[in-house]
Design a binder for this molecule. Structure first.
Ligand SMILES: Nc1ncnc2c1ncn2[C@@H]1O[C@H](COP(=O)(O)OP(=O)(O)OP(=O)(O)O)[C@@H](O)[C@H]1O
Ligand SMILES: [Mg+2]
Length: 244
């Protein structure tokens, strides 16, 4: 059986204004699997994802690779877990696209040549190599989203945590994204409203609503339960509508 890489037990999280955003979350993630995190606006998807590399700490009921998340473990955890934020403006902060994508590999202590190679490869994967010398802040939303993905791909993390990776992407680059995700062997946790992406990429789904896990099940089991989807303000993947 695959190794457990993330173990969450009884996780609660309150924002400073006392919003109870995560309620008694329990979830195990296994090496190499792709898990879709779905649910309506405000369900807690982004809040949960921000716990997976210690950006938010909650009451710390999370183990990553059998490690508790502690200040001491954070540098190692950040090497192993790459998070792409929902808003690329929170991800991109360096003067140029190159600097943003090089930031991770540089902090891992790679040589100049290795950094250049990692940046080139990651930008080519997301079709943004043409913009390597531009300012990230002047890119379009979809271009920023693609560079954000490259900042994490360049680190080759064991676990990829992606928050709305397909939002703002045009159809061609959304297809490219799906192809990249299918090709990568990393463990993937993907929060999204793009249920067709989940259907193509993820074998398991976690459905959140109002800070609670409603169900964790095989993707097809969730997507074939029309009542469950409607009760949670979700639609049905277009690919399944066409199928009847
Ligand atoms: N910085 C914050 N301070 C206070 N409350 C917050 C903050 N960020 C999010 N929340 C609240 O926490 C809850 C979960 O929000 P979260 O952003 O995790 O939802 P989500 O499932 O990612 O939604 P979406 O589909 O809109 O991205 C919501 O009630 C939201 O209003
Ligand atoms: Mg969100």
């Amino acid at each position: 059986m695959a190794k457990k890489v993330i173990e969450i037990q009884g996780l609660n999280f309150y924002y400073p204004d006392s919003t109870h955003a995560l309620k008694n979350i329990a979830l195990d993630i296994f090496e190499g699997e792709s898990v879709g995190v779905i649910g309506p606006n405000g369900a807690g998807k982004s809040t949960l994802l921000l716990h997976l590399n210690g950006i938010l700490r909650g009451d710390n009921h999370i183990k990553l690779f059998d490690m508790e998340i502690s200040d001491k473990a954070l540098p190692l955890i950040r090497k192993k877990v790459g998070v792409v934020f929902q808003d690329p403006n929170n991800q991109l902060f360096m003067p140029t696209v190159f600097d943003d994508v090089a930031f991770g590999p540089l902090s891992m202590g790679l040589s100049k040549d290795e950094v250049n190679r990692a940046v080139n490869e990651a930008l080519r994967e997301v079709d943004m190599l043409d913009c390597v010398n531009r300012s990230s802040h002047h890119l379009s939303s979809g271009q920023k989203k693609r560079v954000s993905l490259a900042t994490v791909l360049s680190m080759r993390p064991d676990i990829l945590v992606l928050d709305e990776p397909s939002s703002d992407l045009d159809p061609k680059h959304r297809r490219d994204l799906i192809a990249i995700l299918k090709r990568l062997s990393a463990t993937k946790i993907i929060a999204t409203h793009d249920l067709d992406l989940v259907l193509e990429v993820c074998s398991r789904v976690v459905l959140l609503n109002a800070g609670r896990v409603v169900v964790t099940a095989a993707a097809m089991e969730v997507f074939s339960n029309r009542q469950l989807l409607e009760e949670n303000d979700l639609g049905i993947p277009i690919a399944l509508c066409k199928a009847g």
